[in-house]
Write a protein that binds this ligand. Structure first.
Ligand SMILES: O=C(O)CCC(=O)C(=O)O
Ligand SMILES: [Fe+2]
Length: 313
């Protein structure tokens, strides 16, 4: 549970760092689920002759060898569908350990203190496994792999959710440090700033003072929680290890998620507990059904920003 001082800090500054949200057993379950997934992906790539022999490589070694070989693990490990074209077989990952994390009661207790007791798991959610920057290809721009540019999360949802009460919960799976690329915020909840489709969707030049940035290191299992209007970005991973996090979002049930073509579910309801989802396979099935539907539907952009708008000139 949060103290009154923590809730007040969140209200005043738009962010909060909370240690020990996920316990060691839950962290271990996530790591084991992803290690199994990586082993399966790597074995397939090895059969195809695309990666070197994986015997003797641990999880990190396989991630690095696969990245070097140009084999993409980001989308198969992500907990969402991509913003660009969706195919009937676009890979993603929905497993029991991830579902346990998304519906973790301790985490939902915190969210309840911030947005109230009727809580929907918002489908804008990602895994970010960030290799050492020295190992990245020169043209790497994906915000799930390299440093993330300044943005507000409200701006990466569609306009229809501009009035939605939402919070982002960013969970550290490995320690996040200034050296390995933790988050930083520009404290406050300003209005919506103009964003531009640059290499990433980012706040237009000149709207965030980098001198105001507060880096937010947090230990594995801890969380950074922030308001959808709080500008944030992440630092460069200057270490020789990986930085791993998940970012999850929750909104008040019944309000627009900002990506309503993707599935959401009720994670907690004090008024109607019978509407809560407790079955990870049902969650996975919803995403499978969405993928099938979206693979044959006209593409729906996930962002509203135009490169030719005056702020982006
Ligand atoms: O982890 C990152 O690099 C950025 C995360 C982010 O923008 C978010 O969680 O909303
Ligand atoms: Fe963000």
């Amino acid at each position: 549970m949060l103290t009154t001082a923590q809730v007040q800090q969140f209200d005043a500054t738009g962010y909060l760092v909370v240690e020990d949200v996920l316990d060691t057993a839950r962290l271990a379950a996530i790591k084991a689920e992803y290690a199994g997934l990586m082993d399966r992906l790597y074995a397939d790539w090895q059969v195809q002759g695309r990666v070197p022999d994986g015997a003797g490589l641990d999880y990190w070694g396989k991630l690095l060898a696969a990245y070097r070989a140009g084999c993409d693990w980001f989308q198969p490990m992500d907990i969402s569908l991509p913003g660009d074209q969706i195919f009937a077989d676009t890979p993603f990952h929905f497993g029991p350990a991830v579902f346990d994390m998304v519906t973790n009661p301790r985490l939902l207790d915190i969210v309840e203190q911030l947005i109230g007791p009727e809580i929907t798991s918002n489908p804008i959610q990602h895994v970010r496994i960030k290799p050492p920057t020295t190992t990245l290809r020169g043209d790497e721009v994906r915000a799930h792999i390299t440093a993330t540019d300044w943005h507000q999360d409200r701006a990466v949802a569609l306009e229809e959710a501009d009035k939605t009460d939402m919070v982002t919960v960013w969970l550290a799976i490995t320690d996040a440090t200034v050296e390995n690329g933790c988050l930083q915020v520009a404290p406050g909840k300003v209005g919506m700033l103009p964003h531009c489709p640059k290499t990433q969707t980012a706040i237009a030049d000149g709207y965030v003072d980098p001198a105001s940035a507060v880096p937010l290191p947090v230990k594995a299992g801890g969380a950074v929680i922030f308001h959808p209007l709080t500008p944030h970005s992440s630092l460069v991973n200057q270490t020789d290890g990986f930085r791993w996090s998940f970012d999850l979002r929750y909104n008040v049930t019944g309000q627009n998620t900002g990506r309503s073509h993707f599935p959401d579910f009720i994670a907690r309801s004090r008024a109607q507990p019978e509407t809560e989802l407790h079955d990870w396979q049902a969650w996975r099935d919803m995403w499978h059904a969405a993928r099938t539907r979206l693979a044959i539907a006209p593409h729906k952009p996930i962002h509203r920003w135009q490169a030719d708008s005056p702020a982006c000139a």
